[in-house]
Design a protein around this ligand. Structure first.
Ligand code: FAD
Length: 372
């Protein structure tokens, strides 16, 4: 039988992962990525167990685990440094085989690219019109042009009300914990540690979309001046030019389908969600494994994509809703009474409750992929 051909539009985490899965299961794959450098290459990412296990299924889990930093200690704090809840990475590891891991996005992208033969990767753009493939994977992200073509009546992404500034420190920093999240009224500051001692920090602020600062680092130094010591130390270890600033958008209206004809939508193109659970890329990785598994049998593409849609839409939709709820409970609270009530509830919650909140989306077992 002639090799079936797949065209993947978008070479982000989702597109590369899909290409790896399809390549491993016997497809001829071409990935089109329009950007010479990915937009968020200077940021970091945390991957929960479901993301790591998806990478295992794709054959790149060992390489990513080796390059990543396991997040064993950390939790949620108040601006004066008191702990609201602690996360026990060892308990997550016992339950799911791995704690959350942190890795620079550039390192993750490199490892994913290296898992594909170089000729699979092309720089360019794609639309449905120029594809002669048996399968098109729309992995073209939040502002997916393919989604807009297929679902012209869908309202598309909406602004979440929060803007994120983030950077990787220029040098190793001495952090007390592998990760931490600090919630103050209308603002959040967090960090994840990397294997080489550097860390990625992020600051989330409630602000109108599109507001940008000439010197974002100084703005943050002022905004977080009275927060606990670690925040200032992370900002001080950062080069001003390294700060990335993005407004957070999500697909608040779920898509009616993740597949139309021979086109599968995947990752942010299908279900861009707020980053509050650190699950967007993990869900893209799950999509990639399920897509490859459903298409591995050699049956009709349309039927395989219908199964992909049936498996993935409820799952990713539920995680997106959970992420939105988590966002409302965090930095989005501004009223002092609401902040106090949330903090008291977190302080009184049994320690297992925090682990369970992370366990729920992360407890996922990949379907088997045929051996490479
Ligand atoms: P993208 O990464 O957006 O990739 C799409 C690619 O398609 C882009 O490279 C683009 O250039 C390309 N493209 C677009 N149109 C075309 C075209 N016509 N032709 C060719 N190429 C095209 N997720 C986690 O799991 N853990 C986290 O810790 C985490 N933290 C986050 C923090 C923030 C602040 C944000 C905003 C998100 C976070 N996420 C996290 C979510 C995660 O970043 C995304 O869900 C994930 O990167 C989506 O990957 P993707 O491949 O679907 O889309």
């Amino acid at each position: 039988m002639a090799m079936r051909r797949a065209l993947v539009i978008g070479g982000g985490i989702g597109g590369l992962a899909a290409a790896i899965g399809l390549h491993r299961t016997g497809w001829e794959v071409r990935v089109l990525e329009r950007a010479p450098v990915l937009d968020d290459a200077g940021a970091g990412i945390s991957l929960a167990a479901n993301g790591v296990r998806a990478l295992d299924a794709l054959g790149v889990g060992a390489a990513v685990r080796a390059a990543a930093h396991p997040q064993y200690t950390g939790g949620t704090r108040t601006p004066d440094g008191r702990w609201l809840s602690r996360m026990d990475g060892a308990a997550l590891e016992r339950a799911l085989g791995t704690p959350v891991v942190g890795i620079p996005r550039a390192a993750l992208h490199r490892l994913l690219r290296e898992a594909l033969p170089a000729p699979c990767l092309r720089q360019g753009t794609g639309t449905l019109g120029d594809a002669d493939a048996d399968l098109v994977v729309a992995a073209d992200g939040l502002r997916s042009g393919i989604r807009a073509e297929l679902f012209p009546d869908h309202p598309g992404p909406v602004y979440s009300g929060s803007t994120v500034l983030r950077a990787i420190t220029a040098e190793p920093v001495c952090t007390d914990h592998d990760f931490a999240l600090t919630w103050g009224p209308g603002a959040e500051f967090g960090h994840i540690g990397f294997a080489d001692g550097r860390a990625e920090w992020h600051a989330v602020l409630r602000a109108p979309a599109g507001v940008r600062h000439a010197d974002p680092l100084s703005v943050l130094e002022r905004r977080f001046a009275h927060w606990h010591r670690q925040v200032g130390e992370l900002l001080a270890a950062t080069r001003p030019g390294d700060v990335l600033h993005h407004d957070v958008h999500e697909l608040a209206t779920p898509l009616p389908a993740y597949a139309v004809g021979r086109v599968a939508l995947l990752g942010d193109a299908a279900h861009a969600m707020t980053p509050n659970l650190g699950q967007g890329a993990c869900q893209a990785l799950e999509d990639a494994v399920v897509l490859a598994a459903e298409l591995a049998g050699g049956g009709p593409v349309g039927a395989a994509l219908a199964r992909y849609d049936a498996v993935r839409r409820p799952r990713a939709g539920a995680v997106a809703r959970a992420a939105r709820r988590a966002g409302r409970m965090g930095h989005a609270l501004t009223h002092p009474l609401a902040v106090a009530a949330r903090n008291t509830a977190l302080r009184l919650a049994p320690s297992g409750a925090t682990v369970r909140a992370v366990l729920r989306p992360a407890a996922w077992t990949p379907p088997p992929l045929p051996p490479a």
